[in-house]
Write a protein that binds this ligand. Structure first.
Ligand code: ARG
Ligand code: MN
Ligand code: MN
Ligand code: MN
Length: 306
């Protein structure tokens, strides 16, 4: 695979400082070397540095909209370009508001090639707020509603942009949902596998269902990996820790199954906050996770019968 790294030093969506250091920490933790060792071709396109979007309003219910909106536009265009030229966009975040751009860019690409886009959202949070429902006003709690067309955040991207069908969004690891967010998720049919279902069914059963659905539809699969999906004991470098997260082994198994499927088209690594991390531990965990997704194996498996 030809992988293009896209650094997104965005922290203004998160309500605190530090996530802008994420791309640098992931590079220092060896993301490019890891990919090269797994026989991928790697291009690092550097970090996006858009000027704030002067045409966007200041909105007390969507903090730092001029900056988040500028990154959304720049990343949407970059991800679309990389995917269109046959590359795999690997987004180094940056807070989770960046997924407004990455997923919208993939949605435009998917519409163009006539394939449905599915999204696997690995996160403690559903990120399905809108300016109207958000308790915090932080845009990193809104990207899923945004790319599904359910959160109108001024005119960040053109009104006719391709959207993601909420029924094609699979959320795994969820354990923190706001009251209005819960209603919206239900109403729009987002597929939520919360921590309880993960405990009851196990990740392998859940992932099999997700992957079979994507494969039956000949879909593209965008994976969005929020550091807080994993338990904070393993990955403490994140601003919004929630106890009881996925274990190291569960997370790796998900990545290995994704790798075997061959269905993944694009990946976000988000919410890493090196300022809160413990000697690079969380950055290294993210690189390990990405290694499993990009093909690192303990041993080869027999291929699954069709
Ligand atoms: N639900 C909360 C909010 O909307 C927290 C969102 C956390 N999101 C994240 N990407 N870490 O403010
Ligand atoms: Mn703020
Ligand atoms: Mn998130
Ligand atoms: Mn989260």
């Amino acid at each position: 695979t030809s992988v293009t790294l896209i650094g997104v030093p965005l922290e203004e969506g998160s309500g605190r400082r530090g996530a802008s250091m994420g791309p640098t920490a992931l590079r220092i933790a060896g993301i490019a070397t890891m990919l090269t060792e797994l026989d991928h071709r790697v291009t690092d396109s550097g970090d996006l540095h858009p000027a704030p979007a002067a045409d966007l309003p200041d909105d007390p219910k969507a903090h730092h909209l001029k900056i988040v909106g500028a990154f959304t536009r720049a990343l949407e265009a970059k991800v679309y370009d990389v995917a269109s030229s046959g590359g795999f966009p690997l987004i180094l975040g940056g807070d989770h508001s960046l997924s407004m751009g990455s997923v919208s860019g993939m949605a435009r690409y998917a519409a163009e090639v006539g394939r449905p886009l599915f999204v696997l959202w690995l996160d403690a949070h559903s990120d399905f707020n809108s300016p109207a429902t958000s308790p915090s006003g932080n845009i990193h709690g809104m990207p899923v509603a945004y790319f599904c067309g359910q959160a109108e955040i001024a005119n960040v991207l053109p009104a006719g942009r391709p959207l993601v069908d909420p029924k094609k969004v699979f959320q795994v690891g969820i354990r923190s949902v706001d009251p209005h967010e819960r209603e919206q998720i239900r109403e729009h049919g987002v597929n939520v596998f919360d921590m309880r279902s993960l405990d009851e069914q196990g990740v392998a059963v859940i992932m099999r269902r997700v992957l079979d659905t994507v494969s039956a539809a000949n879909g593209l699969l965008h994976v969005s990996f929020d550091v807080d999906f994993i338990d904070p004991d393993i990955a403490p470098g994140v601003g919004t820790t929630v106890p009881g997260g996925a274990t190291y082994r569960e997370a790796h198994l998900i990545m290995e199954m994704l790798s075997d499927s061959g269905l993944v088209s694009s990946l976000d690594l988000v919410e890493l906050n090196p300022f809160l991390d413990d000697r690079g531990k969380s950055a290294r965990v993210l690189v390990e996770m990405a290694a499993s997704l990009f093909g690192r194996r303990i041993f080869d498996r027999p291929t699954r019968a069709a």
